[in-house]
Write a new protein. Sequence first.
Length: 433
Amino acid sequence: MARKIITAIDVGSSKVATVIATLEDGKNPTVIGVCASPSKGIKKGVVVNIDDATSSILESVTAAERMAGVSVSDAFVSINGEQVTSLNNKGVVAVAGNEITIDDTYRAIENARTLSLPDNLNPIHILPREFVVDNQGGIKYPIGMSGSRLEVETHIITAPSSYWANIKKCVELVGANAYDLIFTAWASSLSVLTDTEKELGVSMFDMGAGTTGIAIFQEGSIAYSSSVPLGGNNITSDIAIGLQVSLEEAEKIKVNMSALLDTNNPENVEARKRDYTPRLLQRRPTTTKTKVKGEEVDLSPIGINKRVSKKMLTKIVEARTEEIFEMVKENVSKAGYEVAMPAGIVLTGGSSQLKNITKTANNMFGVAARVGYPSGLTGMTEEISSPSFSCVQGLVKHAMEDVNMGGNAVESSGGEGGNAVNKVVDWFKSLLP
């Protein structure tokens, strides 16, 4: 297979991250260009100003193109927002012959798509969860099996038409084509969750600046996904109000909170991998010592001439984090699911690196919690190794499905490799756990 070029753009509330990667047969994607620029015109995952959002995307894409030495044409783009939600639906078809073919599975999935949705909602994902052949359930890959009746249960993720229309418009104004829009939490799950966790059952929260995405897996398949309109920006606002500092100063405090509260190692301003501010957005690394006296923390090492109560800072952050988790719990419960899953909870996204956040999750839900770091890419991955980049790495993995099915959303350096039927079968397998 000739070398393919994949472009992924994560349009978030705090940053726009662009990754350009190459894909060669039998190898993991290799990152050749990356840039994260401050986000403008995006609030709580939704475009609120077309011009500002386009400018932010242009800045990120242009820098990534310059680094990679290629021009972006088609891109896989993230989509998020409070009104992104999901439902599960079934599709049933009669098998054309004695053996189930890829065409039969397509017809079944398409049949599941024919459901009544409000005019303002658009399905952005239709993911097969389980197949049933002649009343025999629990089948993940039915192609080649004998049977006369094929049923599929799908997970359908929807978003308001205005959400995806505005995102697509911004990308098109940059001069690229938004080939596919992918829900942020689904993308992140592709880069941070293990197959074992999905099989046992796991809840993943993608904690961004403006929203917290939810993805719940049962028996290897996604069962529920949604988003709540609270994130790291709310924590920043609380710090600003509670400690009587500016929003810029509050953001600095939040970013360096682990070091500020670490009395055992006052020089430990967290390694950037564990600092939830994206590395590419850090203009100046913090290397000075943090002074702690009694229950007060001296903020002068991070450029703030002020002392604050250690207890108050901790209380402010924990209170808002608990509120986010409570909102997530309520959202999930209304849909008939439980947050507490056998494999526990995986937290990712920028805000997942707040101090003691896994402990807070454990106390609230009564199951183990860990911070999920993205993996699966090679090349220039050091700059995108923190949980802040889980989504954009997941977008690249999602794009591989299009490559496997012989799609045209990636540029090729020449040549066509492989058999078309095999590509379609590979793509179908990639949708399943």
